[in-house]
Design a protein around this ligand. Structure first.
Ligand code: TTP
Ligand code: MG
Length: 369
């Protein structure tokens, strides 16, 4: 079997970079994106921070009050997470990435594996050029930087991507795998969390190289057969996991702020219909039909309300989407006193358009007989 060429693309400081893109004046300040728990003003944790904030020790997961302390008098900007927006950006970027891969696997909101073995005919030189093109395309179309790792498998590609950030590109040739991994701490390996790291420390294993030299049988005795073998293989950079498409997208949605607060159905539907157009365009792009339709409204008091309906049969028709959205908003407005500030449309419960056509064809076939 020919050696594979695998890429891992990871967007840099993703949520914070999205915020910088939306508001470029943030770019030279520390930016901290926060998940506010709502219990008191600064309770909650940091979701992520840009690299300026990271210089002051602000990282994912630390308490907001601590981040504020570290960034006191640094003209830092603290923003609440806006998942919907990041999802939208992510979707666009994933579309670009997918178009460059033989096999594609998204593993998180800002991360994806690309098997490009055939695209680059096994050549790392070509893989490097492809990675540069991908970086340029993401930058030109979506104004975001990413870091890319290239290696003979997912494990190596992932670690390579983490080595140089932000805006990095790291290539590990098959012959270099062991020397590349060996000085790195074991915690770089997926599956080595704080607990396992401690356990390994007691065995005097701190680098991946130490782990590679450790007797497999002993590893199996300590960690069990499955993990022991996995750790051994990982330490020498052996990984056969294929790049494979994950479970399909769960839902597609769009949300938008109205010009003014209102409960006028006509005004709301005007905007909702635009959102339906956008959602429908995505469906077509992804070749999906949908069975469930939902609406969401953020009211003037910031409460979020939603309604949904499941159709009898899956469809991909824009008119059905608009009609259902209209029904849902009509019903919703009858039940609610408040004015809406933002409205959104969501479709879910997908079927592959091909499958849907097949079902219809089968049905017609049956009917004929
Ligand atoms: P990461 O890719 O781990 O982090 P990042 O993109 O912010 O930074 P890097 O440049 O190192 O890649 O995670 C992607 C997003 O997931 C991140 O922007 C915010 C979110 N996230 C959290 O909300 N909490 C967390 O603890 C982590 C690690 C990430
Ligand atoms: Mg990232």
């Amino acid at each position: 079997m020919q050696a594979r060429v695998i890429m891992l693309v990871d967007l840099d400081y993703f949520f914070a970079q999205c915020e910088e893109r939306r508001n470029p004046s943030l770019k030279d300040k520390p930016v901290v994106v926060c998940v506010y728990s709502g219990r008191s003003e600064d309770s909650g944790a940091v979701s992520t921070a840009n690299y300026i904030a990271r210089k002051y020790g602000v990282t994912s997961g630390i308490p907001i009050f601590l981040a504020k302390k570290k960034l006191k008098k640094k003209d830092a900007v603290f923003l609440p997470v806006d998942h919907e927006f990041y999802e939208e950006v992510s979707e666009e970027i994933m579309r670009i990435l997918r178009s460059h891969a033989d096999l594609f696997e998204q593993v998180g909101i800002d991360e994806a594996y690309l098997d490009v073995s055939q695209k680059v005919k096994g050549s790392l030189e070509e893989a490097k050029e492809l990675a540069q093109r991908i970086k340029e395309e993401v930058k030109a179309q979506q104004k975001l930087t990413c870091s890319i790792g290239i290696g003979p498998n997912k494990l190596v590609a992932k670690i390579a991507a983490d080595i140089q950030k932000p805006d990095g590109l790291t290539i590990v040739e098959p012959e270099q795998v062991e020397s590349f991994l060996s000085p790195l701490p074991v915690s770089r390996l997926i599956g080595v969390g704080r607990k396992t790291k401690k356990r390994m420390q007691t065995l005097v294993i701190s680098t991946i190289g130490d782990l590679a030299k450790y007797d497999v049988q002993r590893l199996i005795e300590v960690f069990g057969k499955k993990l022991g073998i996995y750790f051994h293989n990982a330490s020498i950079g052996v990984d056969d996991e294929p790049v494979q498409e994950r479970g399909e997208v769960e839902s597609i949605s769009r949300i938008s702020t109205l010009k003014g607060d209102t409960r006028d159905l006509k005004v709301i539907l005007e905007r909702a219909n635009q959102l339906c157009d956008e959602v429908h365009a995505k469906l077509v792009q992804r070749e999906l039909g949908f069975k469930s339709v939902g609406i969401v409204a953020v009211m003037v008091d910031m409460s979020v309300r939603s309604r949904s309906k499941t159709l009898e049969n899956p469809t991909n028709e824009l008119e059905v989407l608009k009609k259902t959205v209209k029904e849902l908003f009509e019903k919703f407005l009858n039940e609610s006193e408040l004015e809406a500030r933002r409205v959104g449309v969501r479709v879910s419960n997908f079927v592959k358009e091909q499958e849907r056509q097949k079902q219809i064809t089968n049905f017609i076939g049956l009917a004929k007989n």
